[in-house]
Ligand binder design. Structure first.
Ligand SMILES: Cc1cc2nc3c(=O)[nH]c(=O)nc-3n(C[C@H](O)[C@H](O)[C@H](O)COP(=O)(O)OP(=O)(O)OC[C@H]3O[C@@H](n4cnc5c(N)ncnc54)[C@H](O)[C@@H]3O)c2cc1C
Length: 458
């Protein structure tokens, strides 16, 4: 007899929710966590970074106060110890809440330690063997560390160790100009650091459209961030208390000297020390666990959810994975990953909200399409608030009239994009929203206006 009906490894975004659902359905469940309850989002990802972004926003707005007629008669100072304490006070209740709720969940046994497979239906934790016919992997991912000569000789930072920083780095050099790197870049610049971003690709967040990348690069540079694209880091070296980062760019060598280095060049799944070979679980070349459209691995009775399956890298994709697995197992509802629409945000200020295809993807698809854009300077709400950077863009399928995608880079872009996303899920023609009466003055009121101004994508 197996020890449990189910074992869940990892307490990220899908594991705890799945444990609650399985227990409610009468299953006995063991859940294993090796480090911090709540995983990345709660401890070293979304929650702490957005708390820090909020402090940085306050600092920036305080510096801009005179633009609003508000006079502050002293220099704006950022107390990094207080910034970190505020962040910690937001993170701790979330982490403790996950831990407490799992530990008092009847039918669920919590194990604290590193889990490894020793057979298809068996794992070992702290020397104890546990078995179950169904095993769910929610082991997440961690910062990928590139092999750069000299990197092992310097004390670099990652998104995890950044959480302990309670001082102001004089000059932060960030390797990686994508989502995670850019949030830290703007935040630390606003706290008062010199910041250099070094990106290998020809532009920042290269997955986005060129106009989106360029607008973001512009507003970061306007704030004084040194953005270096097309730049390969070929070595790092200690120089007294400083760090030298050697860059090769368009055939030329140069060096940036800073005080701290943050590595933000991507993520790698936590699958290398999980004993996957003992269970015969297949991964791809980068270590992501291969799953089908319902998140089943190649081994019957084993599922992989969240970042470790490579089907998403967000809290909402991990949560959606839990919903898909629970619906299939408990509700006789054959939900699938392929039913979801790509959606995410970048939390710079202003933020980028994204749904569906980019303009480049639409062009590549060859679909006849319509496009509408609006500069945030023409959005009254943004104008009134003095936050006019960015633009919004919507793409529509010319034949079906359904929305193909949107990029909302501007004030509340992370929120505004949801009205477009919901229209996409409804598979409704854009004319439905074009006729909707939105509230004035909001950013969202311009979505119907934009849909009235669609033009053929040339
Ligand atoms: C800096 C940063 C900012 C981010 N911001 C956002 C954002 O704003 N919005 C957003 O949607 N996403 C954001 N993300 C991504 C988001 O945090 C993750 O996609 C999300 O946390 C989903 O993670 P998960 O459920 O796959 O697992 P995780 O949350 O990574 O949890 C996995 C858990 O498994 C445990 N574990 C791993 N291996 C074992 C083992 N062998 N035995 C026992 N336990 C194990 C780990 O300790 C961990 O607690 C951000 C990420 C970072 C790094």
């Amino acid at each position: 007899m197996p020890d449990y009906d189910a074992i869940i490894i990892g307490t990220g975004q899908s594991g705890p929710a799945l444990a609650r659902r399985l227990v409610a359905a009468g299953w006995t469940v063991a859940i294993v966590e090796r480090k911090l309850f709540g995983g990345t989002c709660v401890n070293t990802g979304c929650t702490p970074t957005k708390a820090l972004v909020a402090s940085a926003y306050a600092a920036n707005h305080a510096r801009r106060a005179a633009e609003y007629g508000v006079m502050i008669d002293s220099d704006i100072k950022v107390d990094m110890k207080a910034v970190k304490a505020r962040k910690d006070a937001i993170v701790s209740p979330s982490r403790n809440g996950v831990e407490r709720s799992l530990k008092k969940l009847e039918g669920c046994t919590v194990y604290e330690g590193h889990a490894r497979f020793i057979a298809e239906n068996k794992i070992v934790v702290n020397g104890s063997e546990l078995s179950a016919d169904r095993i769910f992997l929610n082991v997440g991912a961690r910062a990928a560390i590139p092999s750069i000569p000299g990197l092992d000789q310097i004390p670099y930072l990652t998104n995890s160790s950044m959480m302990d920083v309670d001082f102001l780095p004089a000059h932060l050099i960030i390797l990686g100009g994508s989502y995670i790197g850019l949030e830290f870049a703007q935040m630390y610049r606003r706290f008062g650091s010199e910041v250099t971003v070094i990106e290998l690709a020809p532009r920042l967040i290269a997955r986005e459209d060129e106009d989106v990348s360029q607008t973001i690069a512009n507003f970061l540079e306007d704030e004084g961030i040194d953005v270096r694209v097309n730049s390969r880091v070929v070595g790092v070296e200690k120089q007294g208390n400083a760090v030298g980062v050697n860059i090769q760019s368009e055939g030329k060598m140069s060096q940036v000297i800073g005080t701290h280095v943050l590595i933000a060049v991507g993520r790698r799944p936590n699958t290398d020390d999980l004993g996957l070979d003992k269970a015969g679980i297949a991964t791809d070349a980068r270590g992501y666990i291969q799953v089908d459209d319902q998140l089943r691995t190649n081994i019957p009775g084993i599922w992989a959810l969240g970042d470790c399956n490579g089907k998403g890298a967000f809290t909402h994709t991990s949560w959606n994975d839990y919903e898909i697995v629970a619906a299939n197992l408990l509700e006789n509802d054959e939900r699938r990953v392929s039913e979801r629409i790509a959606a995410y945000a970048l939390y710079t200020d202003p933020p980028l909200g994204r749904a569906g295809m980019t303009e480049a993807e639409v062009r590549k698809s060859g679909k006849p399409a319509l496009i509408a854009t609006i500069e945030m300077g023409n959005v009254s709400r943004a104008f009134e608030k003095g936050e006019t950077k960015g633009f919004m863009k919507i793409l529509v399928d010319q034949d079906s009239k359904q929305v193909l995608g949107a990029s909302c880079l501007g004030l509340t872009g992370d929120e505004v994009v949801h009205c477009i996303l919901d229209l996409m899920y409804a598979k409704a023609p854009y004319t439905v929203m074009q006729r909707a009466m939105h509230i004035h003055p909001t950013v969202s009121e311009f979505i119907p206006t934009m849909l009235g101004n669609l033009k053929p994508l040339q």
